[in-house]
Design a protein around this ligand. Structure first.
Ligand SMILES: O=P(O)(O)OC[C@@H](O)[C@@H](O)c1c[nH]c2ccccc12
Length: 264
């Protein structure tokens, strides 16, 4: 089993342990109206990720529950157009409930970031107030990917379908999705290469919005990505680091120095 399969398996176990809460959530239904995630992706939008930890780099945010409000307020202030929330507990120190915390004070569309293998996980995302779910092509057989995509669509949720190579891209193109996420990080080896976005985006038809994910650290990189037709960039670690030091000059310059603002 590779790392990705191990994390996905653990997430399913974790989900099964909290499954009873799904019935409680179902009883109350979804409170918040859906905000379109795909509409927020206008060249070029920054998706700020609330990422308390990573399995490779360890802890980024010591007390995520206490700090979540502060972080999201800063993400909004520096111009993020959407929020991504890690909801996997064991490996990323996330929590599905962070989705509803954020929804209570922030109007930006929210992505439920997790290792989804089951329809019930999508239902949890929907009931907690998420507007989009992540579907990772490399952990799903093409048939499962198709049915989970249809399930999310039926609930009115957008899906960010994540790919890492040509083979996955060919499977995903058959679904004619609204949004494709190109992961610059190989989730099997954790190696990062931003050129993956340049390489794969060439074969994606113009009507599909592209999000470049992982390893993005500078305004120069953001500019380059936007110049090659990318609609959004998803930034985790670098965004957390910027928000951790609000006095840091870098924070102010991060979006200012890039052409992002002109493009919006
Ligand atoms: O922190 P980074 O390098 O900016 O990466 C963010 C995001 O792309 C990454 O967290 C991610 C991409 N795909 C995932 C799937 C599951 C968990 C996490 C991820």
């Amino acid at each position: 089993m590779n790392i990705l399969e191990e994390i996905s398996k653990r997430e399913t176990e974790e989900f099964n342990q909290r499954r009873e809460f799904l019935n409680v959530f179902k009883k109350y239904g979804r409170i918040y109206p859906i905000v379109s995630f795909s509409d927020a992706l206008k060249p070029i939008s920054i998706i700020g990720e609330f990422k308390p930890a990573s399995p490779v780099k360890g802890i980024f945010i010591k007390n995520p529950k206490k700090e979540i409000r502060n972080f999201i307020d800063i993400y909004e202030k520096i111009g993020c157009k959407a929020i991504s929330v890690l909801t996997n507990k064991r490996d990323f120190n996330g929590d599905p409930l962070y989705i509803s915390y954020i929804k209570a004070f922030c109007n930006l569309p929210i992505l439920y970031k997790n290792f989804i293998l089951l329809e019930d996980q999508i239902e949890e995302a929907f009931l907690l107030g998420a507007d989009c779910v992540l579907l990772i092509a490399s952990i799903l057989k093409p048939k499962r990917l198709k049915s989970l995509y249809a399930f999310a669509n039926n609930l009115g949720l957008d899906s960010l379908i994540e790919i890492h190579d040509e083979e996955e891209l060919n499977v995903v193109l058959e679904l004619k999705p609204k949004i494709i996420g190109i992961n610059n990080r190989n989730l099997k080896t954790f190696e990062v290469d931003i050129n993956n976005t340049f390489r794969l985006s060439k074969n994606i038809p113009g009507e599909i919005k592209i999000v470049s994910e992982s390893g993005i650290k500078s305004s120069e990189e953001i500019d380059k990505l936007f110049n090659c037709g990318i609609s959004g960039v998803l930034i985790g670690e670098a965004m957390v680091k910027l928000a951790n030091k609000p006095g840091d000059l870098k924070l102010k310059n991060f979006l200012k120095n890039s052409n992002v603002q002109n493009a919006c």
